[in-house]
Unconditional design. Structure first.
Ligand code: SF4
Length: 310
């Protein structure tokens, strides 16, 4: 039997947003998606080695995941996502991603698509072009895209519905982690924050488990001129949830240009709710972060007149 083509997907950046679409599309085409492991110190250090100093921590981690995959698979999946609509744009590090990877790892074989609505590159057409590289049957490719897209949308709806239920839970303090999905769910960046908040008996609410369209509309109440799509979604989630939560954690990796502006905007515009700004860098230790989270939860508890049990 012919061996399946192995397509490596780096567990970083937009993987956390589009993972259901990507993995199902590759599977439906008869190839084997291989996801790099959870971020660990070795992946981080290799990512740092293969990045410029000025890169943000999230992109350095991504490079570590590419490095882990590159000699284990036939292709590494590195899309270029530049804009989702005529009115937005992603961070420059995201739309330069395939070029950065190809210029860092010479000879690496990439599978890529180019989502850029501002320049007429739609997701469907780009996926069909990409799919034909793995499977020559156009009908199989069209069907793979449709099935993968439906599963992604169902996954997102399910996540949102579960979170709405959590918001109805009146027993616990609710804290929104306002961050990019790739920071929130990364084992070294957001996981320790989430884990410690849960240990402090709070309910963690996520900015990416909300309808994307509703979030983008809501973000206009805070800023009409913001054009970074992923920051629009985070800001919109803050606006949508602000009356249902007890505190907000702005979780950012160093040095992130979009977040530094948007976090400042958020702090100035969102009143009457405690906000903590946590900036994670390569040298981050957990002890300092625990102290900050404990103080933050203490402040919220005192404000609500809640006694916190440890
Ligand atoms: S938005 Fe910030 S964290 Fe994300 S890739 Fe750009 S600089 Fe890095």
């Amino acid at each position: 039997m012919k061996a399946k083509i192995r397509v490596g997907i780096p567990r970083g950046l937009l993987y956390y947003k589009h993972k259901v679409l990507w993995t199902n599309f590759i599977k439906e085409l008869g190839a084997d998606p291989i996801i790099s492991p959870e971020t660990n110190k070795e992946i981080l250090n290799n990512g740092i080695k293969h990045s410029i100093d000025e890169g943000c921590l999230s992109s350095k981690i991504y490079m570590g995941h590419v490095d882990w995959l590159r000699n284990r698979v036939d292709y590494v999946f590195v899309p270029r996502v530049a804009s989702y609509s005529k009115n937005d744009q992603t961070c420059v590090r995201l739309f330069a991603l395939p070029d950065i990877v190809e210029n860092t790892f010479y000879g690496i074989k990439l599978l890529k698509y180019n989502l850029d609505i501002q320049n007429g590159k739609t997701e469907k057409v780009e996926f069909l072009k990409l799919g034909l590289k793995l499977n020559k049957n156009i009908f199989t490719v069209i069907s793979a895209y449709k099935k993968a897209k439906i599963r992604q949308l169902e996954y997102e709806k399910g996540q949102e519905a579960r979170q709405i239920k959590l918001l109805e839970n009146v027993g616990k303090l609710k804290i929104l982690i306002a961050s990019h999905s790739y920071n929130t769910y990364d084992k070294l960046i957001g996981f320790p924050v989430k884990h410690y908040l849960e240990k402090l008996n709070t309910e963690v609410i996520y900015a990416d488990r909300v309808s994307k369209n509703n979030a983008i509309k809501a973000s206009c109440k805070i800023s009409k001129s913001l054009y970074w799509s992923h920051n629009q979604e985070i800001l919109g989630a803050v606006e949508l949830y602000k009356d249902k939560i007890d505190g907000i954690i702005l979780l950012t990796t160093f040095p992130c240009g979009p977040d530094s502006l948007v976090n400042d905007l958020c702090i100035r515009k969102i009143k009457n709710i405690p906000i903590a700004y946590i900036l994670i860098d390569e040298l981050q230790g957990e002890a300092g972060m625990h102290t900050r989270l404990e103080s933050f939860v203490d402040i919220i508890s005192a404000r609500k007149g809640v006694t916190r049990c440890r």
